[in-house]
Design a protein around this ligand. Structure first.
Ligand SMILES: C[S@@+](CC[C@H](N)C(=O)[O-])C[C@H]1O[C@@H](n2cnc3c(N)ncnc32)[C@H](O)[C@@H]1O
Length: 271
C-alpha cells in the first residue's frame, strides 16, 4: 500500500472509530479488509482508499470500520466485574429500573453475563433491570441480538449451573431463554461520536456502565473523549467498569476509585 493511501486509511479509522493503526500493523489492513475487497470487486487497498475518500459515509465505509474491529469476548470475562456487580454495584442501586450499559458489547456475552447476574441477584425482589448493549460493529450486533452461541463459545466462561438454568439447546448450539434475552436491547453506537449522549438519551441515564477492552485500541485523546461521553450518559455517583489501566491518568479527578480486591471500579463524583 502506498504511503498517502495508508495515511488516509489510518486517519479515516481514527476519525470514524478511534482505532489506532500504526504503520507496523499495516498487515492488519491487508488481512482484515481482503474479504471486503472481494465482495465489492475492488482490486487493491489503494483503490479502496480512493473510494472512501469520495464517500466517507457509505455502506462500504461502515463495513471497513466493522472489519477492522476486534470482537474477542467471552462470558463472565475476568469474573471480578461480575462479582463486583453482584456484591457492590447492584445493592447500591436504589432506583427501579436499574439501567446498565455494556458500551462495547461485541457479540453480546458481556451484556448477557450482566443479565444473568442481575436475574440471580434480583429475581423475585420486584426490581427491574434494563440493559443496553451497543457496539460499532453491525456484524457483532446481529450475532448479539440472536442470543445463540456455539458449544465452543459457551465453554468459554459459562458456569454449567447457569448454562442449564438460562439456555436451551438449539441443535448443536445454545440459545438464551427469553427471560434473559428480553432484559437486553442491542443497537449501534459509536463511543467517539460527539453526539453519543443525545443518541443514548432514551436508554439512560445509566446507573452502571461496562466499557471494557475497547479503550486499549484508542489513543489518549480518544480515550478522554469516550470517558467524557460516558460520564454525560451516567447518573451522578454511577459506576464505570473499564479494563485494567484503560482510564488515562490525567482524567481521574472526577472519578473516585472504589477498590474491589486488587482491582478498581470507578465512581462518577464530579461533572
Ligand atoms: C475486544 S471487544 C470487547 C468486548 C467486551 N466489552 C469484552 O470486554 O469482552 C471490543 C469491541 O469494541 C467495539 N468497538 C471498537 N471501536 C468502537 C467504537 N468507536 N464505538 C463502539 N464500539 C467500538 C468493537 O467492535 C468490539 O466489538
Amino acid at each position: 500500500m502506498q504511503t498517502p493511501q495508508f495515511e488516509f486509511m489510518r486517519d479515516f479509522l481514527l476519525q470514524q472509530s478511534g482505532l489506532v493503526v500504526e504503520e507496523s500493523k499495516m498487515y492488519l489492513l491487508r488481512t482484515r479488509l481482503q474479504p471486503l475487497l472481494k465482495e465489492h470487486s475492488i482490486a487493491t487497498l489503494n483503490e479502496l482508499a480512493d473510494r472512501l475518500k469520495k464517500d466517507r459515509n457509505s455502506r462500504l465505509a461502515r463495513q471497513v470500520v466493522d472489519a477492522m474491529t476486534t470482537n474477542e469476548t467471552l462470558f463472565f470475562r475476568d469474573q471480578y466485574p461480575f462479582d463486583a456487580l453482584r456484591d457492590v454495584m447492584l445493592p447500591q442501586c436504589a432506583s427501579s429500573p436499574v439501567r446498565i450499559w455494556s458500551a462495547a458489547s461485541s457479540t453480546g456475552q458481556e451484556a448477557y453475563s450482566i443479565a444473568m447476574i442481575a436475574a440471580e441477584a434480583l429475581g423475585g425482589k420486584g426490581k427491574r433491570v434494563e440493559i443496553a448493549g451497543t457496539d460499532i460493529s453491525d456484524q457483532a450486533l446481529t450475532k448479539a441480538a440472536g442470543g445463540t452461541y456455539t458449544q465452543m463459545e459457551v465453554q468459554r466462561g459459562m458456569p454449567a449451573r447457569l448454562l442449564i438454568k438460562y439456555f436451551e439447546q438449539d441443535g448443536s448450539n445454545w440459545r438464551l431463554k427469553p427471560e434473559i434475552r428480553n432484559m437486553v436491547r442491542f443497537g449501534p453506537a459509536n463511543l467517539v461520536s460527539p453526539t453519543l449522549s443525545s443518541e443514548m438519551r432514551g436508554k439512560g441515564p445509566f446507573d452502571i456502565v461496562f466499557c471494557r477492552n475497547v479503550l486499549i485500541y484508542f489513543n489518549v485523546g480518544a480515550r478522554l473523549q469516550v470517558i467524557d461521553n460516558l460520564a454525560a450518559c451516567m447518573k451522578d455517583s454511577g459506576y464505570l467498569v473499564t479494563g485494567a489501566a484503560e482510564i488515562p491518568k490525567g482524567n481521574k479527578s472526577r472519578w473516585e476509585a472504589v477498590h474491589f480486591g486488587n482491582r478498581n471500579l470507578w465512581r462518577l463524583v464530579a461533572r
